[in-house]
Each structure stands twice: as C-alpha cells, then as structure tokens.
Design a protein around this ligand. Sequence first.
Ligand code: PLP
Ligand code: COI
Length: 353
Amino acid sequence: MELKIIKTENKKEKPSGKLGFGKFFTDHMFIMEYENGEWKNARIQPWQDLHLAPSASVLHYAQGVFEGAKAYKNDKGEIRLFRLNDNLDRMCDSAERVCMPAFDKEFVYDAIKQLIFIDEEWIPTEPGTALYIRPTMIATEPALGVHASKSYYMYVIVSPVGAYYANGLAPVKLFVEENYVRAAVGGTGGHKVIGNYAASMKAGEAAQKKGYDQAMWLDAKYHRYVEEVGAMNIFFVMDGVVYTPALRGSILPGITRRSVIALLKKHGIKVKEGNVDIRKVAAAADSGALTEIFGTGTAAVISPVGCFCYQGKDYVVNGGEMGEISKMIYDELTGIQNGKYEDKFGWVDIIKQ
Ligand code: PLP
Ligand code: COI
C-alpha cells in the first residue's frame, strides 16, 4: 500500500508553558480506512476531525482499541522510539479480542516514523517530556445491530506531553476499591479496549472525591487480590522482594511492566509475579515489611505511591517518599529511553541520529 502525504498549509501555534498530558496535538495525523476486507487510503494528512455517522458502531457498542507509546528527542538531536513494535503487537491482539481486523505492523510503524519526522519540531526536549503516540482503531459502520463492524478507521495522533499526574513525580495516593471492579477473567481487561476505561471512571472519580488520585483495583471474584491502577501496573516491595500481580487475563500486560521486570532481574532483585493479597500488603505496611509501592505505564512512567487507603485506614508507604528501588528503576528506564544509558535490551529504535 502506498502512503500518501498531504502537508498542512496552516501550522498551529506550539504550546508554551506546562504541557500536561494529552492536551496539545501536532499539525498532522496518520489515517487509513478498512472496507471490503482490506485497509486502504493510507495517508498522513493535516490534523482534522473524523467523518463519522451518528450511527457508527463505535459510538454505540465501543468496538474500539488504542495504544500509547512515546518518542524522545535527546540533547544530541536523536529521535528515539521505545518498544513501538510491542505496542503494535498488543494493538493487533486487542483488535482480535473485539473482532477488529489486524493491519500490516511494519507499514504502520513506518507511517508513524514518517509522521514523527513531519512533525519533528513538536517533539519536546525538556526533561520528563516526550512525544506521546496514540494509535487508535474504531468501528465506523453505520448500523445499530450488535455485530462486528464491516468498516474501520485506524489512525495515529501524536501529542507533546509532560508528566501524566499533575504533581509530576510526587508520590500518588491510592484508594483500594472494594465494590466496583474494572475487569474479570474472561472479559476484556487484558486488552487495550476502549470500554475498559469508561468502566473504570466511576471508581476513579469516587477516589478523587475522597482525596485520592486513583483507585487501586482488586480482583472481580474475591475482591482481595490486587490487579492494577487506572493507567498503570503496580509493584510492591516487601522484605526486599518485588511483587506484582500475575497476568491472568484481567490485567493489561504493560510494556513498561515487562521492561521493569527485566531491569529488576538484571540487578539481581527477586521479582515474584503472582497473587498479591491486599490484606497481606496492609499487614506488611503495619509491620514495616512493605517499603515501596510504584506504578508503571507509558504515560505514568514510574510513579511512586506514597499512601493507600484500605477499609477506611490510610497506610503511608516509605514516609510518603519515593523509595530506593523506584528511584533506581525510574533513572534506568528513562535513561535508556533518552539515551543516557546504553540500551542493552534492544528496546529503543533510534530513527534519527
Ligand atoms: N494498565 C492500564 C489499564 C493502562 O491503561 C496502561 C497504559 O497503557 C498500563 C497498565 C501500562 O501499560 P504500558 O506500560 O504498556 O503503557
Ligand atoms: C498509556 O500509558 O499509554 C495509557 O494508555 C494510559 C492512558 C489511559 C492515559
């Protein structure tokens, strides 16, 4: 398939001041359409609204998937893509889970590279910033019957971003949610499906009203085993061992999670993937065995957790400060992403030297 490039004649003004997360978008976007069993009309075009019928099935039945990846520009002028192949693999897996078509990953990878080159001047360079890449696929068939759509858009928008949380690297406060659940085994929690996020909002808002940043999810059956947090996987350091919930279908298989496990193991730190019982975590917080909690995600990077509330009691973690392991992993992961450290894992694709 050919990639058509249509450049804008009206460049937007670049943001000045704090970027925040996902508020600004560049001058161009990638888009292609699926019809009659094939992808076509692949193009990079000026940023614009989508044409969508009010009856488009994504708007009614949430047949849609998305991804989040980042490109970094360092002080040598290199543009560095972190594990974008893994995002595109996961996107095709997510698409399969909700009966959407796969696409040619190499073609889309290359189109994303072209998009980044065209909008290169939008890549921020301040520490802690990146160009966030948001590939998205939605069902466009104008039909109200509940069935897989026959037509789709696959598009990629990019956004210069800073920290995901308003307070940057300051430790976040989590509320352990015991009533609502995000996902159950057999559902779509293990995939990056758009409906998962609508389902998570009520508990997230309730947590915020109580003064916490996000909800910490427990499993759907026993309401006892930790799953993950709004937009992050989660790690607990207890007695020097790092625990993280195992992937059993209801938790997103985070690419940052996978990277962090590899980094921890490289340092000889013991990592256990399994059931993380919230009662044991609370007991470990009381006894002093719990020394750190941190979340991981593309948007959230490494986010220390300073406090969690379980059954009406607040448990402070590491005096509310970022812990040693969290700091080390943050430094190493971001160092590999921006080129401060050598990438021995082959995670980074330097698309411009
Ligand atoms: N869990 C959820 C629900 C997410 O939305 C994300 C973000 O993508 C993550 C975990 C972290 O995944 P990743 O590290 O691949 O960004
Ligand atoms: C990401 O970290 O890329 C995500 O997709 C999280 C998002 C829901 C903000």
